[in-house]
Design a protein around this ligand. Structure first.
Ligand SMILES: [Zn+2]
Length: 444
């Protein structure tokens, strides 16, 4: 299967590498992708403020910087890895720090680790994109609005990003948060995802501190805890109300153990909120390592209490949101945006199940004729089918996505726009929306 995938990937046309500008950041480094660096105090929410609050929330002291972070020391060398080895040997660079390429050729900044109490931790790279579309395009994934990566293993090997990202971050890939600016206010506004992604980073540090390997953490807990923390640290209690409502709808037909991927954020956050209300946040954190090590037994024991805690009257609105979430309508919208730009507004205004049916009907309508921009915009989205199938953990859908990609590639090479678009939209419907499995109301 891997071989097929690699052959397909070679055919994906890369974007021209964007302009990257580094600026020092109190907790590491910021890379500005295709945009001029902004003075951080003008950006809302403030990245440094979120980092400090998040560490405090997890019971840590605020990470301290070593030396003058605002003027990083420079080092020069033609071979980055050789330079790194030399600096580490000379004691000028800690193995936890990293060498960041600057705008000058063969010149690097030495980014020092942070001090967390007595311990050193890796600093953070914050990669900021001017908009979500570019973030999706460069990561070749239209399922996300932000991302945290503790290392480059996944994005630089398995389902690759645009190659410049791996070149930039190098072999000693530092913990990295990818987020974008969004147009909400005239002031520069960073997507709220930044709370969620920084929560992932701090939880990663917390796991290290407690000697728990990341891969032992079940997805329901990983995403549920990030969503819970995001709501708490951003002081947005509405997030948790929504999670509880969606979890209540899910609890009518499923359980904690078989929560499907599109719902793990909400169901997971509801479980964390339930446990924290029962035992307190501090106690929850101290018990967390034992919970993780014996997860299945704990979940089975919590299930009846969690259900009883949830049982509220379910609103029609929650039912509709639940269905939209289960069908990953946000991802579907991002996928079809070049063809149906009006779909985004339609999805934002969904109020009833009929509105969801109408969304799918909209995709049956006429599409614009081919243009080089549209071909490129859809091609950039193709790998998302694999990302979704993988996230859903469905081998059947993964094979279906691989086949779809091969067929799309063929039609692209033939320049058969009509058939290509029809097949692309079928993929959105069957692999991402899984309409036949997830839509309760028959589609006319
Ligand atoms: Zn997450």
């Amino acid at each position: 299967m891997r071989k097929v995938l690699l052959v397909l990937l070679v055919s994906v046309v890369g974007l021209a590498a964007p302009q990257i500008t580094p600026t020092p950041f109190r907790f590491g480094l910021i890379y500005w992708v295709d945009m001029n660096p902004l003075p951080l105090p003008r950006c809302y929410p403030s990245p440094a403020g979120i980092v400090a609050n998040m560490f405090e929330f997890f019971g840590f002291p605020s990470p301290e910087t070593i030396g003058e972070w605002w003027v990083p020391e420079k080092a020069e060398g033609a071979d980055r890895e050789a330079l790194r080895a030399q600096l580490v040997a000379e004691g000028r660079l800690s193995p936890l720090g990293f060498l960041a390429p600057t705008l000058e050729p063969d010149t690097y900044w030495i980014i020092r680790p942070l001090k967390l109490g007595e311990r050193e931790i890796s600093p953070l790279v914050l990669m900021l994109f001017p908009d979500v579309e570019l973030l999706n395009a460069e990561l070749r994934n239209y399922m996300i609005s932000g991302l945290f990566m503790p290392d480059g293993e996944w994005g630089c090997a398995e389902l690759p990003w645009e190659p410049w990202i791996c070149d930039l971050l190098g072999r000693n890939f530092p913990p990295t948060v990818f987020v974008a600016f969004v147009e909400i206010t005239p002031e520069p506004f960073i997507s709220w995802s930044i709370f969620h992604e920084i929560a992932h980073w701090v939880f990663h540090v917390w796991l290290e501190e407690n000697g728990v390997p990341d891969e032992l953490v079940p997805p329901l807990l990983l995403e549920g805890l990030a969503r819970y923390t995001e709501a708490k640290v951003s002081a947005t209690p509405e997030i948790l109300v929504r999670c509880r409502e969606l979890a209540a709808v899910w609890a009518q037909e499923g359980s904690l153990v078989d929560t499907p991927f599109p719902l793990i954020y909400e169901v997971g956050a509801s479980l964390v909120e339930f446990l924290v209300q029962k035992m307190g946040w501090k106690e929850f954190l101290s018990a967390l390592p034992s919970f993780i090590l014996d997860w299945e037994n704990y979940v089975a024991a919590w299930e009846p209490g969690w259900r009883a805690w949830l049982s509220t009257k379910i609103s029609d609105q929650a039912q509709v949101l639940y269905q939209a979430e289960l069908q990953l309508l946000g991802t579907c919208t991002a996928m079809v945006n070049p063809l149906f730009p009006e779909a985004r507004k339609h999805v934002q205004e969904i109020r009833s199940t009929e509105d969801i049916v109408q969304f799918w009907n909209l995709l049956e309508g006429p599409v614009p004729g081919p243009s080089p921009e549209l071909w490129a915009a859809l091609e950039r989205r193709e790998l998302t089918f694999l990302h979704v199938a993988k996230a859903l953990g469905r081998e059947d859908l993964y094979s279906q996505a691989l086949e779809l990609l091969a067929d799309l590639q063929k039609l692209r090479e033939e320049g058969n726009w009509e058939k290509y678009v029809a097949l692309f939209l079928r993929g959105v419907r069957e692999i991402i929306g899984r309409v036949s499995e997830t839509l309760e109301v028959p589609v006319p």
